[in-house]
Design a binder for this molecule. Structure first.
Ligand SMILES: [Zn+2]
Length: 71
């Protein structure tokens, strides 16, 4: 028996409570891969190209007399 995630040999015993995976980590990795629809390892950094723009509350009203909506 091999761990489907990392191909490490495991035994079908209580020594491997996460069988057929060698560890909980590998089980979560495989679960995450299936949930994502692809073989991706959870925990990887998010693609930095999708960073949301920083918001400054008062950036659109310099001086306080800007054309912005009044409260
Ligand atoms: Zn493994």
């Amino acid at each position: 028996m091999k761990c489907p995630t990392c191909d490490r040999p495991i035994l079908w015993t209580d020594e491997f409570p996460e069988r057929p995976f060698c560890s909980e980590r590998c089980r979560l990795i495989d679960l995450g891969a299936w949930l994502n629809g692809e073989r991706a390892i959870p925990g990887e950094p998010v693609d930095p190209s999708g960073l949301p723009p920083e918001r400054h509350p008062d950036a659109t009203s310099p001086g306080g007399t800007g054309p912005g909506p009044q409260r």
